[in-house]
Design a protein around this ligand. Structure first.
Ligand SMILES: Nc1ncnc2c1ncn2[C@@H]1O[C@H](COP(=O)(O)OP(=O)(O)OP(=O)(O)O)[C@@H](O)[C@H]1O
Length: 365
């Protein structure tokens, strides 16, 4: 859908990369501070021009330096949302949303207002909105311009935990219900775990790996290179039951035996809904197959697929296969030696319920 190949020098920094964003879902552009995320997004949005390169959206050339082609930002059919909402302060929310809105969007107005939960804010001015509300309005305004793609540069930065969760929920709904593909810049693995379908990892001005989010989380080689990509896995679970009295939801994880469940804080979804779980490697333990159960600990039959080789560390990251999905665990060298673990061994993965917080779960259907 979007293909960019750009070269640009910015002082001592060089952006020299390719990026491909598919026509559906959420693609996260992830990298450390100073890796070139904003510079790349600016070139795509048309806020700068590469020295050399091409940017193509579907079959439309936005940039082709060899042919001296450069489409200005307002004609790129891209909706852009930045960290700060950049609303017009003297217009009401309704006025902000309608500003520059093409006729074609009139029918979509009510649905989008509904989808973003901003109906009760329409008469207010931006000064009377919370940070999260203002960003929802900014997203609405960007979408009402009928964009072919939405670019979001760290739209959740600076929001507190609850507002962040709320906005994450709305962005997920947008991606699912509007069909507009989203390119989302973030350096927060939680956000990426909750939102992204694909991840492009940028380092020193170059996208050095990209792929489906679960595969990217599962790559042992990416952890040390990115620093902040905290070792974790994304696992798709299903809601088995809710326990109102105990305020719990019971989840079935892939490969789990009948009767087993992981109990987590009560979730909103219905029985049978899929839940995306982000599990930190340090919270996953292993035990020999057939080891006795423990209260509040879920057991999943697993196979040891891969072992990391971080030298000079007391810990080793290992990759387990649970029901066909990849689960990362961080084990001490001591435990590995005592259990005589080797690739191919069958064992049990163990998860304590309390290690999975609300921020690590998102209902996806
Ligand atoms: N106009 C400019 N002139 C000189 N250097 C620049 C310019 N714009 C960006 N840079 C440098 O380019 C590098 C990449 O910056 P960029 O803002 O793209 O990084 P980023 O990944 O978005 O970082 P962050 O997560 O902190 O926002 C940085 O070293 C920055 O100092």
């Amino acid at each position: 859908m979007l293909d960019a190949q750009v070269f640009q020098r910015l002082g001592d920094f060089t952006l020299d990369t390719s990026l491909a964003v598919p026509a559906e879902g959420v693609t996260a552009l992830f990298g450390r501070s100073g890796s070139g995320k904003s510079s790349l997004i600016r070139l795509i949005a048309g806020l700068g021009m590469p020295e050399v390169g091409t940017i193509r959206l579907g079959d439309t050339w936005l940039v082709d330096t060899r042919r001296r082609r450069w489409v200005p930002p307002h004609r790129r059919q891209l909706g852009v949302v930045f960290q700060e909402a950049r609303l017009f302060p003297h217009y009401s929310v309704r006025g902000n949303l309608r500003y520059g809105m093409p006729r074609a969007s009139r029918d979509a107005f009510d649905d989008l207002v509904d989808l973003l939960g901003i109906g009760h804010l329409l008469a207010r001015t931006p000064g009377r909105l919370s940070g999260g509300e203002a960003r929802r309005v900014a997203i609405g305004r960007a979408l009402l311009s009928c964009p072919r793609m939405l670019l979001m540069d760290e739209p959740l930065t600076g929001l507190d935990g609850a507002r962040k969760q709320e906005l994450l929920h709305y962005i997920r709904r947008l991606a699912r219900d509007t069909g507009v593909p989203i390119l989302f810049v973030s350096h927060d693995t939680r956000e990426i775990g909750a939102l992204a379908d694909r991840v492009a990892l940028i380092e020193e001005g170059r996208v050095m790996a990209s792929g489906p989010v679960d595969e990217m989380f599962a790559r042992l080689d990416l952890g040390p290179r990115t620093g902040r990509f905290e070792a974790s896995s994304l696992i798709e679970a299903r809601i088995l039951a809710h326990d109102q009295a105990l305020c719990l939801t019971r989840l079935a994880l892939p490969g789990m035996e009948a009767g087993e469940a992981l109990s987590v804080a009560r979730l909103e979804g219905a029985v049978g809904d899929a839940v995306r779980l982000r599990l930190r490697a340090r919270d996953v333990g292993v035990a020999p197959s057939g080891a006795p159960p423990l209260p509040d600990v879920a057991c999943i039959p697993a196979t040891l697929r891969e072992m990391g080789d971080e030298a000079h560390s007391p810990f080793v990251e290992v990759m387990l296969d649970v029901g066909g999905q990849a689960l990362r665990a961080r084990l001490s060298r001591d435990a590995i030696a005592q259990m005589e673990l080797q690739v191919g061994h069958a064992l049990q993965a163990r998860l304590r319920s309390v290690t999975v917080s609300r921020h690590d779960m998102v209902v996806v259907t």
